[in-house]
Ligand binder design. Structure first.
Ligand SMILES: NC(=O)c1ccc[n+]([C@@H]2O[C@H](COP(=O)([O-])OP(=O)(O)OC[C@H]3O[C@@H](n4cnc5c(N)ncnc54)[C@H](O)[C@@H]3O)[C@@H](O)[C@H]2O)c1
Ligand SMILES: [Zn+2]
Length: 365
């Protein structure tokens, strides 16, 4: 059952985010409605394939689509040019035409990777995002940023490629491991801090319900986050202005992720810790009042993060932050909270503050 539709308004590239529960039987008809060609290439990972592929395939076949499925191993380490090239080869060998459509069926890794392949295969083919993780349903599947990692930095190679539509079925979340729910919560709390004090207050009351997949609570926060992301992307598709605020927690978060070689911490976990560190920078710079800081940190600390940060070295984190795309000239760019629901972009953060913020999170292992 489709519960709601939110539009990402981008002129002739506008598209809907279609969300609900028990939506499977409508998928192929909605593809038809959007003029999706008969040849569809489903790119997915092994976990999602094992749990959810067969019903999707049956639905597409029943409506006379001709799906080709390419399944890759799961995980961030697959988000590379090498893996993209394997996908190109497979598609070229199967003579997949330019009017075919790629269905990115999985979490943010699949969305970014399959989206990148869609953006570049024969100069770009159509894409449908079918996100299956909480993080992908509130964030990564919306807005058209696609790409892969490079040994010198995360998401360094990529494009903007908007999908024809995004299909968000909450039922997929029922099989999601708890750790992945926690990652989704990272981005959800971020939306509350950057743009929506009401969402933040809702999370203060209902955090555990979201974590335990109470449908009403998840639908509520998913709708709030999708609406914020749709609004921000509509105003600033290519990140030349306001879209940067989505990077709160990410400057230090990316440093943590990279210093842990993408194995120690997952993206959403790193963002949770990055938000604490960046809020402490804001507090030290007197941009954020102490009581807002306390509210923010106590909400994040309620998330049962089990990361072991003992092996992380501060120098590695700072060094990795130097490769962040958001770096402007020689300065690191930070998005810092000024109160719950509002942030400010700051370029001149004292490096000593960055180091002591890091101490703040590394001590709290
Ligand atoms: N493009 C963007 O705007 C944007 C925004 C935020 C994050 N990202 C990217 O998203 C990625 C992280 O995404 P993610 O957290 O979804 O990770 P992910 O894609 O690796 O998925 C996490 C794990 O959950 C498994 N999984 C997926 N759906 C499942 C389901 N329904 N049931 C059981 N298991 C399931 C996957 O196989 C994987 O092991 C990062 O690469 C990050 O850079 C992109
Ligand atoms: Zn993120």
């Amino acid at each position: 059952m489709i519960h709601r539709q939110i539009d990402v308004a981008l002129g002739d590239r506008s598209y809907p985010l279609i969300a609900g529960t028990d939506m499977l039987s409508s998928f192929a008809p909605v593809c038809r409605h959007h003029g999706i060609s008969d040849t569809v290439v489903i790119i997915t990972d092994r976990n999602v394939a094992r749990l959810h592929l067969q019903p999707l395939l049956r639905n597409l076949l029943h409506h006379k689509f001709q799906p080709l499925t390419i399944t890759i191993p799961a995980g961030e380490t697959q988000k590379t040019l090498t893996c993209s090239n394997r996908l190109f080869t497979e598609m070229l060998k199967k003579r997949i035409p330019r009017n075919a459509v790629i269905i990115a069926f999985g979490g943010g890794v699949i969305g970014d990777l399959a989206g990148f392949v869609a953006a570049t295969y024969q100069r770009g083919i159509n894409l449908v995002q079918v996100p299956t993780t909480l993080l992908a349903q509130v964030d990564s599947s919306i807005g058209g940023k696609v790409g892969v990692n490079h040994p010198l930095g995360k998401n360094m190679i990529g494009a903007f490629h908007q999908p024809a539509f995004v299909w968000m079925d909450m039922d997929y979340l029922k099989t999601l491991p708890k750790r992945e729910m926690i990652c989704g919560l990272g981005e959800i709390i971020k939306y509350g801090v950057i743009h929506d004090a009401e969402l933040f207050s809702y999370l203060e009351l209902h955090l555990e319900e979201v974590l335990h997949l109470d449908v009403e609570a998840v639908m509520h926060v998913q709708a709030a986050c999708a609406a914020i992301k749709a609004e921000i992307v509509s105003k600033d598709e290519k990140e030349s202005g306001i879209r940067i605020i989505l990077n709160y927690g990410h400057t230090i978060g990316h440093g943590l992720e990279s210093a842990g070689r993408y194995k120690l911490l997952k993206h959403g976990e790193a963002v949770l810790l990055g938000m604490i560190a960046e809020a402490s920078i804001a507090k030290e710079m007197k941009l954020l009042e102490a009581d807002s800081y306390e509210r923010l940190v106590s909400l994040i600390r309620r998330v049962p993060l089990k990361a072991n940060l003992f092996s992380l070295k501060r120098a590695d984190i700072v060094n990795a932050m130097g490769h962040d795309k958001k770096r402007v000239a020689k300065k690191l760019r930070f998005v810092l909270p000024t109160k719950i629901g509002e942030v400010k972009v700051v370029d001149d953060v004292d490096p000593n503050l960055i180091r002591s913020a890091m101490r703040e999170i590394l001590k709290a292992k």
